[in-house]
Design a protein around this ligand. Structure first.
Ligand SMILES: [Zn+2]
Length: 322
Protein backbone atom coordinates (compact mmCIF):
# COMPACT_ATOMS: atom_id res chain seq x y z
CA UNK A 1 0.00 0.00 0.00
CA UNK A 2 1.10 3.55 -0.72
CA UNK A 3 -0.40 6.92 0.18
CA UNK A 4 -2.08 8.62 -2.79
CA UNK A 5 -0.29 11.94 -3.41
CA UNK A 6 -3.36 13.40 -5.15
CA UNK A 7 -6.98 12.50 -5.93
CA UNK A 8 -8.12 11.84 -9.48
CA UNK A 9 -11.74 12.56 -10.33
CA UNK A 10 -13.34 11.40 -13.57
CA UNK A 11 -16.69 12.62 -14.86
CA UNK A 12 -18.19 10.28 -17.42
CA UNK A 13 -20.65 12.34 -19.43
CA UNK A 14 -22.70 11.67 -22.52
CA UNK A 15 -20.50 13.79 -24.77
CA UNK A 16 -17.17 14.06 -22.93
CA UNK A 17 -15.07 12.33 -20.32
CA UNK A 18 -13.23 14.76 -18.08
CA UNK A 19 -10.52 13.95 -15.54
CA UNK A 20 -8.76 16.15 -12.99
CA UNK A 21 -6.21 15.73 -10.26
CA UNK A 22 -7.06 17.45 -7.00
CA UNK A 23 -4.31 18.44 -4.57
CA UNK A 24 -4.93 18.07 -0.83
CA UNK A 25 -5.98 21.73 -0.60
CA UNK A 26 -8.65 21.32 -3.32
CA UNK A 27 -6.62 22.93 -6.11
CA UNK A 28 -7.00 21.35 -9.55
CA UNK A 29 -3.44 20.58 -10.67
CA UNK A 30 -4.24 19.11 -14.07
CA UNK A 31 -7.31 18.63 -16.27
CA UNK A 32 -7.90 16.48 -19.33
CA UNK A 33 -10.95 16.01 -21.58
CA UNK A 34 -11.73 13.61 -24.39
CA UNK A 35 -14.88 12.80 -26.34
CA UNK A 36 -17.02 9.99 -24.89
CA UNK A 37 -16.88 6.73 -26.81
CA UNK A 38 -20.44 6.41 -28.10
CA UNK A 39 -22.23 3.23 -27.20
CA UNK A 40 -19.01 1.24 -26.69
CA UNK A 41 -18.51 -0.14 -23.20
CA UNK A 42 -15.00 -1.57 -23.63
CA UNK A 43 -13.82 1.70 -25.19
CA UNK A 44 -15.34 3.59 -22.24
CA UNK A 45 -13.27 1.54 -19.78
CA UNK A 46 -10.13 2.07 -21.90
CA UNK A 47 -10.79 5.81 -22.15
CA UNK A 48 -11.11 6.26 -18.39
CA UNK A 49 -8.01 4.14 -17.76
CA UNK A 50 -6.11 6.13 -20.39
CA UNK A 51 -6.99 9.46 -18.73
CA UNK A 52 -5.89 8.16 -15.32
CA UNK A 53 -2.63 6.83 -16.80
CA UNK A 54 -1.97 10.17 -18.49
CA UNK A 55 -2.47 12.08 -15.23
CA UNK A 56 -0.29 9.64 -13.27
CA UNK A 57 2.37 9.96 -15.96
CA UNK A 58 2.22 13.75 -15.88
CA UNK A 59 2.34 14.00 -12.08
CA UNK A 60 4.65 11.03 -11.54
CA UNK A 61 2.51 9.21 -8.97
CA UNK A 62 -0.54 7.04 -8.38
CA UNK A 63 -3.65 8.88 -7.40
CA UNK A 64 -6.85 7.62 -5.83
CA UNK A 65 -9.59 7.31 -8.46
CA UNK A 66 -13.24 8.31 -8.15
CA UNK A 67 -15.63 8.25 -11.09
CA UNK A 68 -18.97 10.00 -11.49
CA UNK A 69 -21.34 8.15 -13.79
CA UNK A 70 -24.77 8.90 -15.26
CA UNK A 71 -26.32 6.04 -13.30
CA UNK A 72 -25.75 3.98 -10.17
CA UNK A 73 -24.15 0.68 -9.24
CA UNK A 74 -27.02 -1.48 -7.97
CA UNK A 75 -26.12 -2.79 -4.50
CA UNK A 76 -28.25 -5.85 -5.27
CA UNK A 77 -26.46 -6.94 -8.45
CA UNK A 78 -23.22 -4.94 -8.63
CA UNK A 79 -24.28 -3.81 -12.11
CA UNK A 80 -24.88 -0.31 -13.43
CA UNK A 81 -28.57 0.69 -13.36
CA UNK A 82 -30.61 3.86 -14.01
CA UNK A 83 -28.07 5.08 -16.60
CA UNK A 84 -29.16 7.21 -19.54
CA UNK A 85 -25.93 6.11 -21.28
CA UNK A 86 -27.48 2.73 -21.87
CA UNK A 87 -24.29 0.98 -22.97
CA UNK A 88 -23.19 1.09 -19.32
CA UNK A 89 -26.23 -0.77 -18.03
CA UNK A 90 -25.67 -4.26 -16.65
CA UNK A 91 -21.87 -3.95 -16.64
CA UNK A 92 -19.60 -4.23 -13.59
CA UNK A 93 -17.99 -0.90 -14.31
CA UNK A 94 -16.37 -0.58 -10.90
CA UNK A 95 -14.59 -3.93 -10.96
CA UNK A 96 -13.68 -3.57 -14.64
CA UNK A 97 -12.05 -0.21 -13.89
CA UNK A 98 -10.28 -1.67 -10.85
CA UNK A 99 -8.90 -4.45 -13.04
CA UNK A 100 -7.80 -1.97 -15.70
CA UNK A 101 -6.16 0.38 -13.19
CA UNK A 102 -4.82 -2.06 -10.62
CA UNK A 103 -6.28 -0.14 -7.70
CA UNK A 104 -9.57 0.37 -5.88
CA UNK A 105 -12.00 2.70 -7.69
CA UNK A 106 -15.05 4.42 -6.19
CA UNK A 107 -18.05 5.15 -8.39
CA UNK A 108 -20.99 7.41 -7.65
CA UNK A 109 -23.95 8.88 -9.43
CA UNK A 110 -23.15 12.24 -11.05
CA UNK A 111 -25.76 14.07 -8.94
CA UNK A 112 -24.15 12.60 -5.80
CA UNK A 113 -20.75 13.84 -7.02
CA UNK A 114 -22.23 17.31 -7.52
CA UNK A 115 -23.67 17.29 -3.99
CA UNK A 116 -20.41 16.06 -2.45
CA UNK A 117 -18.34 18.67 -4.28
CA UNK A 118 -20.56 21.57 -3.26
CA UNK A 119 -20.80 20.33 0.32
CA UNK A 120 -17.04 19.74 0.64
CA UNK A 121 -15.54 23.00 -0.59
CA UNK A 122 -18.30 24.68 -2.60
CA UNK A 123 -21.41 26.70 -1.86
CA UNK A 124 -22.46 24.35 0.97
CA UNK A 125 -19.08 24.31 2.70
CA UNK A 126 -19.53 24.43 6.47
CA UNK A 127 -23.16 23.28 6.35
CA UNK A 128 -23.82 20.11 8.30
CA UNK A 129 -26.46 18.90 5.87
CA UNK A 130 -26.65 19.64 2.16
CA UNK A 131 -29.13 18.67 -0.55
CA UNK A 132 -27.43 18.99 -3.94
CA UNK A 133 -29.94 19.23 -6.77
CA UNK A 134 -29.39 18.85 -10.49
CA UNK A 135 -31.96 20.76 -12.58
CA UNK A 136 -30.78 19.96 -16.08
CA UNK A 137 -32.02 17.76 -18.89
CA UNK A 138 -32.98 15.44 -16.05
CA UNK A 139 -33.50 16.03 -12.35
CA UNK A 140 -31.40 14.28 -9.72
CA UNK A 141 -30.07 14.90 -6.27
CA UNK A 142 -27.73 13.79 -3.56
CA UNK A 143 -27.74 14.13 0.22
CA UNK A 144 -24.61 14.93 2.21
CA UNK A 145 -24.48 14.67 5.98
CA UNK A 146 -21.38 15.94 7.82
CA UNK A 147 -19.25 15.78 4.70
CA UNK A 148 -20.23 12.29 3.55
CA UNK A 149 -22.77 11.16 0.98
CA UNK A 150 -25.72 9.27 2.36
CA UNK A 151 -25.61 5.88 0.63
CA UNK A 152 -28.60 3.69 1.34
CA UNK A 153 -29.27 0.05 0.53
CA UNK A 154 -30.84 0.97 -2.82
CA UNK A 155 -28.30 3.67 -3.78
CA UNK A 156 -31.11 6.16 -4.46
CA UNK A 157 -30.81 8.64 -1.57
CA UNK A 158 -31.81 12.09 -2.81
CA UNK A 159 -33.28 10.83 -6.08
CA UNK A 160 -36.42 12.93 -5.88
CA UNK A 161 -36.95 13.56 -9.64
CA UNK A 162 -39.37 10.66 -10.01
CA UNK A 163 -41.47 11.49 -6.99
CA UNK A 164 -44.79 13.05 -8.00
CA UNK A 165 -45.11 16.83 -8.07
CA UNK A 166 -46.58 17.52 -4.61
CA UNK A 167 -49.83 19.41 -3.93
CA UNK A 168 -50.80 19.28 -7.63
CA UNK A 169 -53.47 21.64 -8.91
CA UNK A 170 -56.23 20.20 -11.07
CA UNK A 171 -54.47 21.34 -14.25
CA UNK A 172 -51.27 19.56 -13.14
CA UNK A 173 -53.00 16.18 -12.81
CA UNK A 174 -52.18 13.54 -13.97
CA UNK A 175 -49.27 15.47 -15.50
CA UNK A 176 -47.00 14.59 -18.42
CA UNK A 177 -46.06 10.97 -18.96
CA UNK A 178 -42.50 10.24 -17.85
CA UNK A 179 -39.99 7.78 -19.33
CA UNK A 180 -39.96 6.01 -15.94
CA UNK A 181 -43.47 4.78 -16.75
CA UNK A 182 -45.43 7.07 -14.41
CA UNK A 183 -47.01 10.46 -14.91
CA UNK A 184 -46.60 13.79 -13.13
CA UNK A 185 -43.00 13.24 -11.97
CA UNK A 186 -41.15 16.25 -10.55
CA UNK A 187 -38.62 15.91 -13.38
CA UNK A 188 -41.37 16.53 -15.94
CA UNK A 189 -42.00 19.96 -14.39
CA UNK A 190 -38.65 21.30 -13.13
CA UNK A 191 -36.11 19.98 -15.66
CA UNK A 192 -35.03 22.38 -18.40
CA UNK A 193 -37.08 20.53 -21.04
CA UNK A 194 -40.02 20.39 -18.60
CA UNK A 195 -39.91 24.18 -18.21
CA UNK A 196 -39.79 24.59 -22.01
CA UNK A 197 -42.67 22.16 -22.55
CA UNK A 198 -44.88 23.95 -20.01
CA UNK A 199 -44.15 27.31 -21.67
CA UNK A 200 -44.96 25.88 -25.11
CA UNK A 201 -48.22 24.33 -23.90
CA UNK A 202 -49.45 27.57 -22.36
CA UNK A 203 -48.17 30.09 -24.91
CA UNK A 204 -47.65 28.12 -28.14
CA UNK A 205 -44.07 29.48 -28.23
CA UNK A 206 -41.31 26.91 -28.68
CA UNK A 207 -38.24 28.25 -26.85
CA UNK A 208 -35.55 26.53 -24.83
CA UNK A 209 -35.34 27.03 -21.08
CA UNK A 210 -32.51 29.58 -21.22
CA UNK A 211 -34.40 31.70 -23.77
CA UNK A 212 -37.57 31.71 -21.65
CA UNK A 213 -35.59 32.70 -18.55
CA UNK A 214 -33.86 35.50 -20.48
CA UNK A 215 -37.20 36.77 -21.83
CA UNK A 216 -38.65 36.72 -18.30
CA UNK A 217 -35.68 38.69 -16.98
CA UNK A 218 -36.18 41.22 -19.80
CA UNK A 219 -39.79 41.78 -18.77
CA UNK A 220 -41.71 39.58 -21.23
CA UNK A 221 -45.05 38.96 -19.48
CA UNK A 222 -45.83 35.48 -20.78
CA UNK A 223 -42.28 34.28 -20.07
CA UNK A 224 -42.51 35.84 -16.62
CA UNK A 225 -45.75 33.92 -16.00
CA UNK A 226 -44.05 30.67 -17.08
CA UNK A 227 -41.17 31.35 -14.71
CA UNK A 228 -43.67 32.04 -11.91
CA UNK A 229 -45.24 28.61 -12.47
CA UNK A 230 -41.76 27.06 -12.47
CA UNK A 231 -40.75 28.80 -9.23
CA UNK A 232 -43.95 27.72 -7.51
CA UNK A 233 -43.52 24.10 -8.60
CA UNK A 234 -39.85 23.99 -7.60
CA UNK A 235 -40.74 25.44 -4.18
CA UNK A 236 -43.34 22.71 -3.64
CA UNK A 237 -40.99 19.97 -4.83
CA UNK A 238 -38.14 21.13 -2.57
CA UNK A 239 -40.49 21.52 0.40
CA UNK A 240 -41.15 17.78 0.54
CA UNK A 241 -37.41 17.05 0.77
CA UNK A 242 -37.01 19.76 3.41
CA UNK A 243 -39.79 18.23 5.50
CA UNK A 244 -37.85 14.94 5.59
CA UNK A 245 -34.15 15.86 5.53
CA UNK A 246 -34.23 19.47 6.78
CA UNK A 247 -30.97 20.50 5.06
CA UNK A 248 -29.04 23.60 6.12
CA UNK A 249 -28.24 24.31 2.48
CA UNK A 250 -29.73 23.39 -0.88
CA UNK A 251 -27.33 23.92 -3.79
CA UNK A 252 -28.70 23.99 -7.34
CA UNK A 253 -26.79 22.66 -10.35
CA UNK A 254 -27.54 21.95 -13.99
CA UNK A 255 -28.71 24.45 -16.60
CA UNK A 256 -31.61 25.85 -14.57
CA UNK A 257 -29.20 26.80 -11.76
CA UNK A 258 -28.14 29.71 -14.01
CA UNK A 259 -31.55 31.38 -13.55
CA UNK A 260 -30.61 34.01 -10.97
CA UNK A 261 -34.21 34.77 -9.98
CA UNK A 262 -34.63 31.32 -8.40
CA UNK A 263 -32.42 32.07 -5.39
CA UNK A 264 -34.61 34.93 -4.26
CA UNK A 265 -38.03 33.81 -5.44
CA UNK A 266 -38.13 30.11 -4.53
CA UNK A 267 -37.51 30.78 -0.80
CA UNK A 268 -40.39 33.28 -0.85
CA UNK A 269 -42.67 30.51 -2.15
CA UNK A 270 -41.43 27.51 -0.14
CA UNK A 271 -42.41 29.30 3.07
CA UNK A 272 -45.99 28.29 2.30
CA UNK A 273 -45.21 24.58 1.96
CA UNK A 274 -42.51 23.69 4.51
CA UNK A 275 -43.90 22.55 7.86
CA UNK A 276 -42.32 25.27 9.99
CA UNK A 277 -42.98 28.87 10.98
CA UNK A 278 -39.65 30.15 9.66
CA UNK A 279 -37.48 28.43 7.03
CA UNK A 280 -33.76 28.77 7.84
CA UNK A 281 -32.55 26.69 4.89
CA UNK A 282 -30.37 28.56 2.38
CA UNK A 283 -30.87 28.11 -1.38
CA UNK A 284 -27.54 28.62 -3.15
CA UNK A 285 -26.01 28.68 -6.64
CA UNK A 286 -23.11 26.27 -7.20
CA UNK A 287 -19.59 27.51 -6.46
CA UNK A 288 -17.85 25.22 -8.93
CA UNK A 289 -20.35 25.28 -11.80
CA UNK A 290 -19.72 22.59 -14.39
CA UNK A 291 -16.63 21.38 -12.51
CA UNK A 292 -18.63 20.11 -9.55
CA UNK A 293 -19.18 16.65 -11.04
CA UNK A 294 -15.52 15.94 -11.63
CA UNK A 295 -14.45 17.54 -8.34
CA UNK A 296 -16.99 15.48 -6.41
CA UNK A 297 -15.70 12.30 -8.06
CA UNK A 298 -12.23 13.15 -6.72
CA UNK A 299 -13.76 13.82 -3.28
CA UNK A 300 -15.09 10.23 -3.14
CA UNK A 301 -11.72 9.41 -1.53
CA UNK A 302 -10.29 11.25 1.47
CA UNK A 303 -6.97 13.03 1.00
CA UNK A 304 -4.04 10.71 1.58
CA UNK A 305 -5.97 7.47 1.04
CA UNK A 306 -4.01 4.25 0.81
CA UNK A 307 -3.77 2.94 -2.75
CA UNK A 308 -3.04 -0.69 -3.50
CA UNK A 309 -0.36 -1.66 -5.97
CA UNK A 310 -2.40 -4.56 -7.30
CA UNK A 311 -1.49 -5.86 -10.72
CA UNK A 312 -3.64 -4.90 -13.67
CA UNK A 313 -5.91 -7.44 -15.25
CA UNK A 314 -7.79 -7.65 -18.51
CA UNK A 315 -11.37 -6.38 -18.28
CA UNK A 316 -13.89 -9.16 -18.00
CA UNK A 317 -16.12 -10.04 -20.89
CA UNK A 318 -19.48 -8.31 -21.27
CA UNK A 319 -22.41 -10.17 -19.73
CA UNK A 320 -24.40 -12.37 -22.05
CA UNK A 321 -27.67 -10.90 -23.27
CA UNK A 322 -30.66 -12.23 -21.36
ZN1 LIG B 1 -40.57 9.66 -13.80
Amino acid sequence: MAIAPYRIGVDLGGTKVEAIALAADGTITTRRRVASPRGDYAATVRTIAGLVDAIDGELGGRGSVGVGIPGTISPATGLVKNANSVHLIDHRLDSDLEAALGRAVRLANDADCFALSEASDGAGKGARSVFGVILGTGVGGGLVWEGALIAGPNAIAGEWGHNPLPWPRDDERPGPTCYCGRAGCIEQFVSGPGFARDHAEVTGQVLDAAAIAAAAAAGDRTARASLDRYVERLARALATVMNIFDPEAIVLGGGMSNVAALYHEVPLRWQGWVFTDHVATRLLPPAHGDSSGVRGAAWLWPAGAEISNAARAAPRAAPASP
